[in-house]
Design a protein around this ligand. Sequence first.
Ligand SMILES: [Zn+2]
Length: 295
Amino acid sequence: MPTGSCKLCCVEGELQLSHFIPKFVGKWIKDTSATGFIRLNQSVNKRAQDTAKDYWLCRGCEQLFSGWEREFAKKIFYPVVNEGKSEAIYGDWLAKFCASLSWRTLTYIRNVSPDGHKGCEGVDEALDQAESALADYLLGRSNNLGKYEQHFYPLEAFSKTNVRNLPANINRYILRNMHMDILYGEKGVMVYTKLPYFIVLGLTGHSESTRMRSSRVALGGGKVSPREYWWPTGFAEYMFRKAREISGSYKSINPKQRKVIDSALKTNPERAANSKTIEAFNHDHKIFGDRAFFE
Ligand SMILES: [Zn+2]
């Protein structure tokens, strides 16, 4: 096992191979897919066995994160994705879990594309501050998040096209995709972590934060329930654009890869028919008709 300094607590020692999006999420996508494999958006021509990971954390920090992950998996993620539950009571672990996702996304994206915000003045310093404020909170050195509040959005399938510009794969994007990004906008920089059925937005100061109350995670605990959520300006358009990009990248899957997918579907048609992949596709097909096949 390689040694180095832990990206979170900075202590030198052996580093664990850490997942950026928690491992159980990738496993659930794989287990409920039509083919039994995951294709990462960036490399659709390669079957990926796993999601992004790197030598990032020491054993202690890895264990800290996995404690909050277990609570989230057991009390929110599985009840929603497997049983269709829409309400959950949460404890102080949800704010920690969301902050840990935002910290992972922030450090991951800055590592893989350090020039992502070229031309935006002061952003590097702002992101450094966000990283260290999140780290202080995760390590228990501070007991609040200040302007780095975490917003949690449970997503439901769209059942009608009453929203302008909806891409015909929107339900597949919402229900099946994982995605990490940093969003730069006039109103503030946000850290975006997309899981199947859920979005976490980590703010770094945002001029619309007071209007976003309903999605803000309470530090001490609270309740997740269906409610009116307020999206920051430009955010829905961003998501639709990302959904379209993915649909574009799937179109570019080369013929040989199409054959691999086709034969996986033929080998186990029952698995495919009962899969969550097909269920998400059916949501799109119901509202878009045959357009859903081409997007
Ligand atoms: Zn550590």
